[in-house]
Design a protein around this ligand. Structure first.
Ligand code: MTE
Length: 316
């Protein structure tokens, strides 16, 4: 089948990145409606009856932030997942068509144990951990989310990359029936993301299967998504069906679409502005005042060493 892939100039900038919600009245109103003053005052607002609670989650607390967690309804009701539409409330409305089981992940490239893995073999339930991370979206809003998952390094060690593997490429499912937003070519499907091998092996990097102690809702990337808390949110690729160990730096979806605006590394950096807005501060969902953005989203102690000597203005 022939696809005409859109050039970045074909896409309205409002489709690529809806403006920073602080300045966007429509989205600001949507967010406020989702949260409600009451919900903010009362705290987390997790639904009483959670369908699918994950058992045996361990908590080390090593990397957890103790900042106030973002209300569940905002985490699951206000997000980006273009496979279900480009509006922030589209994923919650439309993602019911995704079937997260059975789910197979293809592993290929420079690796000793390639193959098609059932998700339940890849993620062994007794190894699940909770990690409470600050998350910073490139659009200058942020959240605090208790994820459930396992360190990506655990999976990589079992798969056994060879010395030729310098990067990992991840891809999302392509299936227009399950993901109706894919009938619009707003980006080149599959959504793709990558990490350098040391970033992938960093203990902070998580393969998440849940949040708030329950299985990932479809709109948050069920059944398997990446969580990289020192990078902008678009690195957190959802509904992963392929993991490839590759030699060269892979092309990630947003860089491919708008290379002047989005880079491969996408490290949270208050000193490198987006061409259309500042990255020096952010709005935590549920708060009204803006707060200063922290270098590497506050995870410098764990990750800064990986970038020493690198010009982060060039490699943004
Ligand atoms: N993954 C896929 N497959 N498709 C997407 O559109 N959006 C990214 C990222 N992963 C996206 C994706 C962006 S822009 C953000 S900010 C985060 O998912 C949002 O994740 P959240 O639902 O945890 O807030």
């Amino acid at each position: 089948m022939l696809f005409r892939f859109l050039k970045s100039s074909d896409v309205k900038s409002s489709e690529i990145t809806p403006e920073n919600i602080y300045h966007n009245r429509r989205e600001f109103i949507q967010a406020s409606a989702l949260l409600g003053i009451g919900a903010v005052a009362l705290g987390l607002n997790i639904p009483q009856a959670r369908a699918d609670v994950l058992a045996n989650i361990t908590r080390s607390g090593t990397y957890d932030t103790d900042e106030k967690q973002t209300p569940y309804r905002a985490v699951t009701g206000y997000n980006n997942f273009y496979e279900f539409g480009t509006g922030k409330d589209d994923p919650a409305r439309n993602a019911h068509t995704l079937r997260p089981r059975p789910w197979t992940v293809k592993v290929d490239g420079h690796v000793e144990n390639p193959g098609d893995y059932d998700i339940d073999d890849l993620i062994r339930p007794h190894t699940l951990q909770e990690r409470i991370y600050r998350m910073r979206c490139v659009e200058a809003w942020s959240m605090v989310i208790p994820w459930v998952g396992i360190p990506l390094a655990d999976i990589i060690n079992r798969l056994g990359p060879t010395s030729k593997a310098k990067y990992i490429l991840f891809e999302t499912l392509v299936d227009r029936k399950q993901m109706p937003g894919q009938s619009r070519r707003v980006i080149k499907w599959p959504y793709a993301e990558g990490l350098r091998m040391d970033e992938a092996m960093n203990p902070l990097t998580l393969m998440a299967v849940g949040l708030y102690g329950e299985t990932l809702p479809n709109q948050n990337g069920a059944p398997l998504r990446l969580v990289v808390p020192w990078k902008y949110g678009f690195k957190g690729i959802k509904s992963i069906v392929r993991i490839s160990f590759v030699k060269n730096r892979p092309r990630n979806s947003w860089k491919r679409l708008a290379p002047k605006e989005y880079g491969f590394f996408a490290n949270v950096n208050p000193d490198v502005d987006h061409p259309r807005w500042t990255q020096a501060n952010e709005r935590r969902i549920g708060e009204f005042r803006r707060r200063d953005t922290l270098m590497f989203n506050g995870y410098g102690e764990e990750v800064a060493h990986m970038y020493s000597g690198m010009n982060l203005k060039k490699y943004f």
